[in-house]
Design a protein around this ligand. Structure first.
Ligand code: PXP
Length: 250
C-alpha cells in the first residue's frame, strides 16, 4: 500500500505568522498519525520561515512512524540532520525568494555537492531521497549518486491545465517511475497533490510514497487534521487497487 507522508510545514507557518506558540506542529503530527498518516514530513529551510530547529528535535522524539526531513545541502542543515537522524532525508533545491520548492534538484549541475551530502547522510544511517524532475538523465544521476529513493516532483502535473497536458505530464511520471524501478530505486512523489489530482497518481504502479502538505493542511483548517488525513488516506486506499489507466481529468 502506498505510504502517505503528511507535510506539516504550514502548521508552523501559521504559528510563525505571530511568532507565537500555537498551533504546535507536534500536535498536528499526532493528529495526522491518528488519521492514518504513514509518516510526517517537514522542511527545515535555511531561512527558518516555518519549521524551527526545536520542532525538528521535538518531532524526532514524538513521531512514531517515519520522520522525513526535506532539506537543502547547506552545511548547518546537514549537521542538524546528522544529529537528529530522521528516518529519511529528502534533498531539495532551495531559493530564498521562492514561495515553495520550485522544480527538482538538478543533479547534473550539482553532482559534487549532492554526492557529498548523500555520503554524509548515509554515514549517519539516514536513507536519502533526491527530489528531481521526471527526466531519465536525472534518474540515472540519482542512481549513480547512490540515492535510496527519488521523489519525483509533481508540480508540473499539478499545474497542467487541460486533459491533453495533464495526460502528458502523467505519462512522464509513469514512464519515470518505471525507469527508476528498473534501476532499483524507490519512487516517491509530491508537490501540489490534492484530493482530486492524486487519484491518477496512485494508479501508477510502483509508487511507494506520496508527500502532501498544502491540500491536507488547508482542509484541516476547516474539518480538523485527523479527518483531513483520513480522507486522503481513504482515497489512496480506494484508488491504489484500481486498474492502471491514464487520467482523463485531474
Ligand atoms: N515534496 C517536496 C519535496 C516539497 O518540497 C513539498 C513542499 O514542501 C511537498 C512534497 C509538499 O507539497 P505540497 O505542500 O504542495 O503538497
Amino acid at each position: 500500500m502506498i505510504r502517505l507522508g503528511v507535510n506539516i510545514d504550514h502548521v508552523a507557518t501559521v504559528r510563525q505568522a505571530r511568532r507565537a506558540h500555537e498551533p504546535d506542529p507536534v500536535a498536528a503530527a499526532i493528529l495526522a498519525t491518528l488519521g492514518g498518516a504513514d509518516g510526517i514530513t517537514i522542511h527545515l529551510r535555511e531561512d527558518r520561515r516555518h519549521i524551527q530547529d526545536r520542532d525538528v528535535f521535538r518531532l524526532r522524539e514524538t513521531v512514531t512512524t517515519r520522520l522525513n526531513l526535506e532539506m537543502a545541502t547547506a552545511e548547518d542543515i546537514l549537521a542538524m540532520a546528522v544529529q537528529v537522524k530522521p528516518d529519511e532525508a529528502t534533498l531539495v533545491p532551495e531559493k530564498r525568494q521562492e514561495l515553495t520548492t520550485e522544480g527538482g534538484l538538478d543533479l547534473l549541475a550539482n553532482t559534487a555537492t549532492v554526492r557529498a551530502a548523500v555520503q554524509r547522510l548515509h554515514d549517519a544511517g539516514i536513507a536519502v531521497a533526491l527530489f528531481i524532475d521526471p527526466e531519465p538523465a536525472q534518474i540515472e544521476a540519482a542512481k549513480a549518486l547512490q540515492a535510496d529513493a527519488i521523489e519525483l516532483q509533481t508540480a508540473s502535473y499539478s499545474e497542467a491545465r487541460g486533459a491533453a497536458a495533464i495526460a502528458h505530464e502523467w505519462e512522464k511520471l509513469r514512464a519515470a517511475t518505471a525507469f527508476a524501478l528498473g534501476l532499483g530505486l524507490h519512487v516517491h512523489m509530491g508537490h501540489g497533490l490534492n484530493y482530486t489530482n492524486v487519484i491518477p497518481i496512485v494508479r501508477i504502479p510502483g509508487v511507494e510514497e506520496l508527500n502532501i502538505g498544502h491540500s491536507i493542511v488547508s482542509r484541516a483548517v476547516l474539518v480538523g487534521m485527523e479527518r483531513a488525513v483520513r480522507e486522503m488516506k481513504q482515497l489512496l486506499q480506494h484508488h491504489a487497487q484500481a486498474p492502471h489507466r491514464p487520467p482523463t481529468s485531474a
